[in-house]
Design a protein around this ligand. Structure first.
Ligand code: A3P
Ligand code: MG
Ligand code: MG
Length: 380
């Protein structure tokens, strides 16, 4: 079975013969008008429990607890480190939980005017994690870290999955105690700032377990590309009538001008992309000292972040990120034409060469990420 759109795409590919790498420089090529980006709308959610098991509910959603001014908020982010229940990062989850959600919510993909026959296509161009989109958006400003994105086209939908580069795998093997402690601090901060229900206070004497997570699934559109993506949300703030999520962060307190410059240039870029994509309006950061004690808590309004960075020479621009992403998606559509769950195309960003190359692999390859239970779920 071949989709008619696939035939069109293959014809275009043949005519343009543009099957080479995608070049990124000069970056100002993407400095044009901000492309159309539809406000992300939540279409569902799910949780991962303390054993990292999928749950089709909001049981892992946490509630934001703003520290009261009279209370001590010099949180010690090292506290309880020896009891840390750490998620096993060697287990590669790929898109699995997102796909579980898709199977359970296929009705949500039915166009409003369609007949009541079983849903045979998701009518969505791209499905992926929000983290992958953040990675793509930051690419024009990424000089060092490459990335690998595997793409499978199934029934007209492109499924995108990120893989660790060799450099990243190498980094993981030499992670230090210090790095692990800092990583723990991020999760400990979440514990200090959230509770299990709106009426409860934070419970800070129990071990931190980063297996637990709550994911929001949103639908959006970038120019010609419709997409559905999932992203982890740290907590929910109940002080407004409307649903409002909050992103929590930690960062080293800055005392030198050049630290503030780097914070704006690199960190705020990532924070803005991450929260803007899901429509999370606020980012709350705990600034810590070298002893992992929180010195100051600051709230950023996501939409204001780009303005804060304008005073830095040669800083990032939101339109560049989104125009680049738009071009990359167009490139993916040109390269991967045929719906074929047995074939995977791997796109690799090479920062030194400032280009994205691609290569095809078969069903047996390590880059094949769609589980049989998912592809089989389409065959009735
Ligand atoms: P920080 O927010 O203090 O950096 P997130 O902020 O995306 O909700 O992630 C929560 C925590 O996960 C982070 O805390 C950090 O400790 C850890 N984390 C996130 N991304 C990471 C990465 N790429 N490598 C290592 N740790 C990461
Ligand atoms: Mg998080
Ligand atoms: Mg966070």
């Amino acid at each position: 079975e071949r989709f008619s759109e696939d035939k069109e795409a293959m014809k275009r590919k043949h005519e343009s013969a543009s099957d080479g790498p995608m070049y990124i420089s000069p970056v100002n090529r993407f400095d044009t008008k901000f492309p159309f980006f539809r406000q992300p709308k939540e279409i569902g959610f799910f949780s991962q429990d303390s054993d990292r098991q999928f749950r089709a509910d909001d049981s892992s959603l946490r509630y934001y607890c703003a520290p009261k001014p009279e209370c001590d908020s010099n949180f010690d982010l090292k506290a309880g480190f020896d009891t840390f229940i750490k998620k096993d990062d060697s287990v590669k989850e790929r898109l699995d939980d997102l796909l579980r959600w898709v199977i359970l919510n296929r009705e949500k993909f039915r166009p409003p005017d369609a007949d009541k026959n079983p849903v045979t296509s998701l009518c969505t161009d791209f499905i992926c994690w929000r983290g992958l989109l953040t990675r793509v958006l930051c690419t024009p400003y990424e000089q060092r870290e490459g990335w690998i994105i595997a793409v499978i086209k199934l029934r007209g939908t492109f499924y995108l999955c990120e893989y660790d580069t060799e450099e990243k795998k190498h980094q993981i093997t030499k992670e230090t105690h210090r790095q692990l402690l800092l990583q723990y601090g991020g999760f400990k901060f979440e514990q200090y700032m959230t509770s299990k229900s709106p009426s409860e206070k934070p419970e800070t004497s129990v071990p931190v377990n980063n297996n637990e997570g709550f994911c929001s699934v949103v639908r959006s559109r970038l120019d010609q590309h419709s997409m559905v993506f999932g992203g982890e949300v740290d907590c929910y703030s109940g002080d407004k009538k409307e649903k409002e999520y909050v992103e929590l962060k930690t960062s080293r307190e800055m005392d030198k001008p050049n630290q503030l410059r780097n914070f704006k240039k690199f960190k705020l870029l990532k924070w803005w992309c991450q929260s803007f994509l899901l429509g999370v309006p606020r980012v709350v950061c705990g600034f810590r000292d070298d002893d992992s004690i929180v010195q100051r808590i600051k709230t950023y309004s996501t939409l204001e972040i780009p303005k804060l960075c304008q005073d830095v020479h040669d800083c990032w621009q939101p339109n560049v990120c989104f125009n680049f992403c738009n071009q990359f998606f167009k490139h993916v559509k040109e390269v991967v034409c045929e719906s074929n769950s047995a074939s995977v195309t791997v796109f690799t960003y090479l920062p030194q060469r400032k280009c994205i190359v691609h290569e095809d692999f078969g069903e047996e390859s390590e880059f094949h990420f769609l589980p049989e239970w998912y592809t089989n779920s389409w065959e009735q």
